[in-house]
Design a protein around this ligand. Structure first.
Ligand code: SF4
Ligand code: SF4
Length: 642
């Protein structure tokens, strides 16, 4: 029968083409910069990373996770068995029956993929992705029928005469070519199934392997300073495994749905950005992109190649400056792609090489360099806020239990109220605390997010040199951005070991410990309905969702949660230097967040970040009150009771 030779020939040809495609694709990734990975350990870890870590994110959407397990799992199993039964022609009814079972599993999954695609949400890419469910259904049905004789269910040659066999052979030959072609050829030559091939390797060679197994890895990697160029100008300036990571994108648009800048109509869509990076690494234009565009930016005009400067034709600088570095996209991405790393890498080129930081960016960076604070206040005024606080200063006491890292709230009158409230609580709990006073410098957070890693590294090193002179067990701060730098980013520069064995805590975590130890006593809050806004740099960056809520609950407050809270909380719009670069959109992110506050019916929104307080209080009244948890607690403090 014609199928006896046609089928193995088609399968073998497509496997060969897939192999050639794989080599071709891998060469595109290899155009990137060197990055050391443990190849063997990565490959060994890949199945667990796929089944556990990736599945954990997909599982947030139960429909999709079950659909994916059935379709993907069914396909992998079926493909192995197709090779055994139809290519190697192993004569085993058991294998044939197993293949039938795998194909039924895949078919069931594909039916749900099909249903999903009948009326797809706007975040899903269309185009070739609309073809995929049909290819999946065709693959499973075609091979199901072709396997029936091997399973002994139908006679060999399907009991047909010569003409019937030729006709059947030709029809099935075409169906195999189309469906298996999509599965194998498309996987390595750029079809929708590319995500399976690149995704598996991306999991194996991920740049942050510590993210797997429930770990957190959020600190930016240091820029190499002093070389010929800084940051990422062209796609080939990315590390090779970053390029591989871009290719793993499945265009699910979960990042797009979470991005505050996209929702605000700023010219950013993290999904489109990743797809533009794919255009850049492979060369070409974005005219085949079939998903939502950057708001108010036409699709089809972007052109890129591995050696072409990204911001000269592929992605506009405004797109990169729209990001608040909130990590909502990274947290949501089932392929564990690192959008923020890529965005800051490209900002580094704009800032360090071109001096092209928009709006107030250059002025703020100059201020930080000249005065160690973003607004250019006289460095000597850093401790004015504490003139009446009777606080110990490190250079006097040298050794203390807790060092209070004040951060730049010291220069802002609104933030000073938060600092004073926190000090009131520390004193009530009789904490052995001191501040650095005028020796403290800006943490470097804003400089780093704006791409000025040189200034950040200089600040980090000078702060660490100061810290290394003193002895303390804990650093506590009311500023989640400084908290993140001290906790997750300073270690790369801490040659003196100033922060070794030091616990860095956010003030809500610290206050929660004091409450648990019975060192603070508070009266019940009677002020009406309260909601809580999770700061990105506390929640998604550091996993602290519980302490602020425990403190509010300790005040008798039952938090009226917003629709987006916890790991899905929406940014206030204040991170990543976004208020400084100030890229126009259709709405303000803080206004959208305040709408979510209002939707809960709360009269008060509790926060744990000076930046969030400033952003949310910047929303025009009438609106609910905005207060830091330390302020709410300080008002309810029962002094002398603990
Ligand atoms: S980090 Fe936040 S603002 Fe930036 S692309 Fe991701 S979701 Fe959008
Ligand atoms: S980057 Fe991640 S979340 Fe965004 S579309 Fe691609 S796979 Fe989905």
């Amino acid at each position: 029968m014609i199928l006896d030779w046609l089928l193995p020939t088609l399968i073998a040809t497509l496997i060969l083409l897939a192999g050639i495609g794989a080599i071709r694709r891998a060469n595109l990734w290899r155009a990137g910069q060197a990055e050391k990975v443990d190849i063997l350990a990565g490959l060994m870890a890949m199945p667990k990373r796929y089944l556990h870590d990736l599945h954990h994110v997909v599982e947030r959407d139960k429909y999709m996770s079950r659909t994916h397990v059935a379709t993907g799992g069914g396909f992998v199993l079926a493909m192995v068995l197709v090779v055994l039964v139809h290519l190697l022609e192993i004569n085993s009814q058991i294998l044939a029956w197993l293949l039938l079972a795998a194909l039924v599993m895949m078919f069931c999954g594909a039916v749900f993929v099909f249903k999903r695609r009948l009326n797809p949400p706007s975040r899903l890419s269309k185009g070739p992705w609309m073809r995929l469910p049909k290819s999946l259904l065709t693959f499973s049905l075609t091979f199901f029928i072709l396997t029936l004789p091997a399973a002994g269910i139908l006679p060999d040659s399907f009991g047909l005469g010569e003409m019937g066999q030729i006709l059947l052979g030709l029809v099935f030959g075409v169906l195999v070519l189309l469906s298996l072609g999509e599965m194998l050829f498309g996987m390595t030559w750029g079809g929708p199934m590319k995500h399976a091939f690149a995704g598996a390797l991306h999991l194996a060679f991920h740049r942050r392997p510590e993210r797997f197994g429930g770990g957190r890895s959020t600190g930016l990697k240091p820029a190499d300073l002093g070389g010929d160029s800084h940051g990422v100008a062209k796609p080939e300036d990315f590390k090779w495994n970053q390029l591989l990571g871009f290719d793993a994108c499945v265009q699910c648009g979960r990042c797009e749905a979470m991005c505050p800048a996209f929702a605000a109509g700023q010219p950013l869509n993290p999904k489109k950005l990743i797809q533009d990076m794919v255009v850049g690494l492979a060369g070409g234009t974005d005219e085949k992109y079939a998903g939502s565009a950057y708001p108010n930016v036409e699709v089809g005009k972007a052109v890129g190649s591995p050696t072409q400067v990204i911001t000269e034709g592929l992605v506009s600088a405004d797109t990169l400056w729209s990001c608040t570095t909130c990590r909502a996209c990274v947290e949501e991405c089932p392929m564990m792609i690192e959008h923020v790393d890529a965005i800051v890498d490209m900002r580094r080129f704009l800032t360090l090489e071109k001096g092209d930081t928009p709006n107030k960016g250059a002025e703020i960076l100059e201020n930080i360099i000249a005065t160690d604070n973003p607004n250019g206040y006289a460095p000597g005024s850093r401790t004015h806020w504490a003139a009446d606080q009777n606080l110990s200063v490190m250079k006097d006491v040298k050794k203390v239990d807790v060092l209070f890292w004040v951060s730049d709230g010291a220069f802002d009158m609104r933030s000073q109220r938060i600092l004073r409230a926190f000090v009131k609580l520390l004193k009530a709990a009789k904490v052995d605390v001191a501040i650095l006073g005028d020796e403290e410098r800006d943490s470097g957070d804003v400089a780093r997010r704006l791409g000025d890693d040189a200034t950040f590294q200089s600040l980090a090193k000078r702060n660490l040199a100061t810290l290394s002179q003193y002895e303390f067990n804990t650093i506590v701060t009311t500023d989640p951005h400084a908290f993140h730098c001290l906790r997750n980013e300073y270690q790369d520069f801490d040659e003196q070991g100033a922060l070794q064995e030091v616990e860095v805590l956010h003030h809500t975590t610290f206050l929660n410990r004091l409450m648990e130890q019975g060192k603070l006593s508070v009266a019940e809050f009677m002020g009406g309905k309260v909601t809580y806004h999770d700061p990105c740099y506390l929640g998604r960056y550091n996993g602290e969702y519980e302490s602020p809520r425990a403190l509010l609950s300790g005040l008798g407050i039952e938090v009226a949660e917003m629709e987006r809270s916890g790991y899905r909380s929406r940014c206030c719009g204040g991170g990543g230097g976004a208020p400084i670069t100030d890229i126009p959109g259709e709405r303000r992110i803080a206004d959208m967040r305040m709408e979510e506050v209002v939707a809960t019916g709360a009269e008060l929104v509790a926060v744990g970040c000076q930046q969030c307080t400033a952003m949310l209080e910047g929303v025009v009244e009438p609106r609910p009150q905005v207060r830091d948890i330390a302020e709410i607690m300080a008002d309810q403090l029962v002094e002398g009771a603990a």
